[in-house]
Ligand binder design. Structure first.
Ligand code: SF4
Length: 294
């Protein structure tokens, strides 16, 4: 597959041994950080943190990316499948609540191998698939029985927006099919001691000036999946300091976020998360300094 890569919907057809596709990554898995992370939803982070493994590169590459340091700027260190498995096991020994695979899609085949190996060596923590949502249904099917919690983004309904901000006019249709498969696999959410152990949490990052499309996302999620999923409406958008469309160069107004939260209540969404107070800032973005990788 990597010789003619079609792991994700971009279907670049490149040989990643030497060439690069849209995700910018070659054949080797690369990581920017592997450490406890305390800023996910409470049922994921708990008291001890989520064992977040941040992969370099990204197959969506949104213009407003909040993790641009790793999605585009090349930070990261190559690891083998065996080394990745041992990183999972080390995080488990440190007491984190789960293994949280952040932006894993473009390495999905090798990550699956690493997970199977780590499980054979004693990994028992829930596995969280923390993705952009832009991925092939077939790739998600390959993870059946391996991933316990799917935590994809659902960014847009509008093809105009997804094309403008992520160069993916088909985002809605692709993400819908992938999410269908995730919900079929995991069924109803399961919690133990306040922590999710199985289920699907769909995240939506509210963008400045995009309230109507955010409402369309919430409407779609509520009508199609009902109480089979949790929905996390995020207000932490931080205007990056690089060039991008002018309209994204500001924080989300409080009124925009309140309008969305009110709308979610009207839709009857009760299984979900919202953010309170001043949630804009660097604190949600960890330092990508190869911690836990070197
Ligand atoms: S994983 Fe990367 S190279 Fe492969 S199809 Fe997707 S964007 Fe292209």
């Amino acid at each position: 597959m990597v010789n003619k890569c079609n792991i994700c919907p971009r279907a670049c057809d490149v040989d990643r041994n030497g060439s690069r596709g849209f995700c910018g990554e070659g054949d080797s898995i690369r990581l920017a950080r592997a450490a406890a992370h305390y800023w996910e939803e409470p049922c994921i982070s708990g008291d001890n943190g989520s064992g977040a493994v941040f992969f370099s590169g990204c197959n969506l590459r949104c213009v407003f990316c909040q993790n641009r340091e790793i999605s585009r700027s090349g930070i990261g260190k190559a690891v083998t499948v065996e080394q990745l498995a041992h990183i999972f096991l080390r995080l488990q020994s440190e007491g984190v609540h789960n293994i949280n695979l952040v932006t894993p899609t473009h390495f999905s085949e090798k990550i699956k191998k690493a997970l199977l190996y780590a499980k054979s060596e004693g990994l028992v923590l829930p596995i969280v698939w923390n993705s952009s949502g832009y991925e092939n249904t077939e790739s998600i099917r390959e993870l059946k029985g391996i991933v316990d919690i799917y935590m994809p983004d659902f960014k847009y309904v509008s093809a105009d927006l997804s094309n403008r901000y992520s160069k993916a006019a088909d985002y809605f249709e692709v993400a819908k099919k992938a999410l269908d498969e995730m919900v079929i696999q995991r069924g109803a959410p399961v919690f133990k001691d306040g922590l999710m152990t199985e289920g699907v949490i769909v995240r939506h990052l509210a963008l400045p000036g995009c309230v109507e499309d955010s409402k369309a996302v919430l409407r779609f999620l509520r009508r199609r999946y009902g109480n089979a999923i949790y929905i996390s409406i995020m207000k932490q958008y931080t205007p990056p300091d690089f060039e991008m469309p002018d309209e994204l160069g500001r924080k989300l107004y409080d009124e925009e976020y309140e309008e969305l939260c009110e709308y979610s209540r009207k839709l009857g969404i009760i299984q979900g998360f919202t953010q309170e107070g001043e949630c804009v800032g660097e604190s949600f973005i960890p330092k990508f300094n190869l911690e836990g990788v070197e």
